[in-house]
Ligand binder design. Structure first.
Ligand code: ZN
Ligand code: ZN
Length: 410
């Protein structure tokens, strides 16, 4: 038996006046999800704990059976792993922006004209930074999408207890990075970061990529602003933890990074944008293809519904849920599989951010204790046989259904 967990990011919602006090899931036409409810067992799920507003990262960590309060040190490590850096336990990782500074040192554009091209060339230059007195610390940059990048500091005596240099608003100077806990490690790390920010401007102000941008009337990416420090956690590999071979098909670097740090194979799919325009057909084909390979478990994350939620785009969310429903219909055809459909958190159209409401969950597969629920939505699912569970219960339930778990006691 195989297991598939499909997470439709931010799918759950709250009742909305515009659609007759129903939720988007209650309002959208989702015959396949409803059929799955009829054939399966439903419930509601608190990704972390009741009322806790989960991020996508902390929720996925919890659903995979790790304790987010232990593993999660910030977004940096997961973003770094997600862009393909080989992070190791103890590395200090940061998210960075390529930004534009003027000659007075004021940040005039935090996103460097939303730069898209040739950030790899800028990164090559940044990767030559050597800091006098800190030769033992490796400085590794890697570009991400658009104006984003990641930075890793690797070496002895470093700490993630440092503040951000990103001032968050244009028209300000970069913030001086300070040690948050006063430890020698944090003082050293803050010192290194302040030097990197300063040196990045010296190295980049006349960089060929930037001279070309200036010539074309675009803001140059002439300074790098790190934020969100996190120490790379020591994570037991997912496959060792459960004794299975696993893969992940996800769209965002954040979720891919979580999978990578857990040692799960990350499958890249062409056209997977993480937006409403993503290529669900390619993703579906990839899932079907990899389910036929020797993977025991596949984690799927589809991001569009969350984006629509953050944008307050009701119609976009409704349309996207209906498209995802067709995908669910295809995945239901995979045989010998326990299939779990849920969300990682609620992203209400009315709130435009994540909330702590529980999300609906449904499981189908052989010998499931089918309940009376016949619709897939927040309200109907709450009457199902799974009742109310936590994200951290899901892998236990799945492994038990797959007859792969160990007995506790005699
Ligand atoms: Zn999410
Ligand atoms: Zn979100």
């Amino acid at each position: 038996m195989k297991g598939i967990i499909m997470i439709i990011d931010g799918m759950a919602d709250r009742p909305l006046k515009e659609i007759g006090y129903r939720t988007p899931l209650e309002s959208a036409n989702t015959p396949n999800m409803d059929r799955m409810s009829k054939l399966g067992i439903s419930g509601i799920m608190d990704p972390i704990k009741p009322g806790i507003r989960a991020g996508s990262d902390t929720s996925h960590i919890s659903i995979l059976g790790y304790d987010p309060y232990q593993v999660y040190t910030g977004r940096g490590p997961f973003e770094a792993a997600g862009v393909g850096l080989n992070v190791i336990s103890g590395d200090i990782a940061f998210r960075c922006n390529f930004s534009t500074s003027n000659e007075e040192g004021i940040i005039i554009d935090r996103r460097a004209g939303r730069i898209r091209e040739k950030t790899d060339e800028i990164v090559s230059t940044l990767n030559t930074i050597k800091l006098e007195g800190f030769e033992d610390v490796e400085i590794i940059f890697k570009e991400s999408t658009g104006h984003r990048a990641v930075l890793i500091l690797r070496g002895e005596g470093l700490s993630d207890q440092v503040s951000d240099s990103d001032p968050k608003y244009n028209g300000k100077v970069p913030k001086k990075v300070i040690a948050l806990d006063g430890s020698p490690e944090a003082i050293k790390t803050a010192h290194i970061l302040n030097k990197i920010v300063k040196i990045s401007y010296e190295m980049l102000k006349n960089h060929p990529v930037n001279l070309e941008r200036i010539e074309n009337g675009k803001n140059p990416a002439n300074i790098i602003l790190p934020r969100g420090a996190g120490a790379v956690p020591d994570v037991k590999s997912f496959d060792d933890k459960y004794g299975i071979k696993s893969a992940c098909i996800a769209e965002t670097g954040l979720i891919k990074g979580i999978a990578k740090l857990a040692g799960i194979d990350v499958i890249e799919v062409d056209g997977a944008t993480g937006g409403l325009d993503t290529n669900l057909e390619n993703i579906t084909n990839s899932i079907i293809q990899h389910a036929q390979m020797d993977y025991d478990f596949i984690l799927i994350n589809i991001d569009g519904a969350d984006e629509a939620g953050h944008d307050g785009d009701l119609q976009g969310k409704l349309n996207f849920l209906e498209k995802v429903d067709q995908m669910v219909g295809e995945i239901m055809k995979i045989s010998n599989t326990y299939f779990i459909l849920t969300a990682d958190h609620t992203t209400p159209i009315s709130v435009m951010d994540h909330t702590g409401d529980p999300v609906p969950i449904v499981m189908s597969g052989p010998e499931i204790r089918v309940d009376e629920v016949s619709k897939f939505n927040e309200n109907a699912a709450s009457k199902g046989g799974l009742c109310r569970i936590r994200g951290s219960d899901i892998m236990n339930i799945l492994m038990d259904l797959m007859n792969r778990s160990e007995k506790f006691g005699a």
